[in-house]
Write a protein that binds this ligand. Sequence first.
Ligand code: NI
Length: 214
Amino acid sequence: MPITTESPKTSPSRRKPPSLGALSLAAAGMALAVLLIGSGTFLWLGESGGGGSVSIGGPFTLTEGSGKQVTDRDFRGKYLLVYFGYTYCPDVCPTTLNEVATAMDKLGPKAARLQPLFITVDPARDTPDVVKAFTAAFSPKLIGLTGTQAEIATVAREYRVYYAINRTDKGSNNYTVDHSSVLYLMGPDGKFIAPIRTDETGTEIAATISKYVS
Ligand code: NI
């Protein structure tokens, strides 16, 4: 069950079956192969061939759509469904967030225990206002977060998220952002519970979440 990395140039359809085997990801000068083993255990293999289970998630300080600073601790006591993407994403991000909104509807009373978060990997364009308008289009429950380049780099590293700017033309705004596309289910204690694939439907996402959220 490989994790898909979205690249607008190569994935016109999100329903395309993911390729077999691990994806090679180049991030921060380090190539990582990502394998998903069994139900919910990540194995991260470094370029040198070393490997082992590593933690997913960690402390962050980011900015909400209202401009307010929030930290990971502000969400303690709630399950989190964390997704990294960007508002200019042509395909996978909006589709995924649509399915997240559907999942929230399907969860019924359990939805009250779950906070979906969208964290941008394109903070240069995704200002708090932009993120707020974007998330509001999917669900009033969805909170969008942005930050400085350094803050985003930190949280992305903690969640093992790969992202890279892909210039499409001259001009500062002419780029897409390739990024890994995974939903992270986190516990009320802030600890990682399980990854959820973004090619699942909202109904499937809700069913997976239901297994973990009491
Ligand atoms: Ni995207």
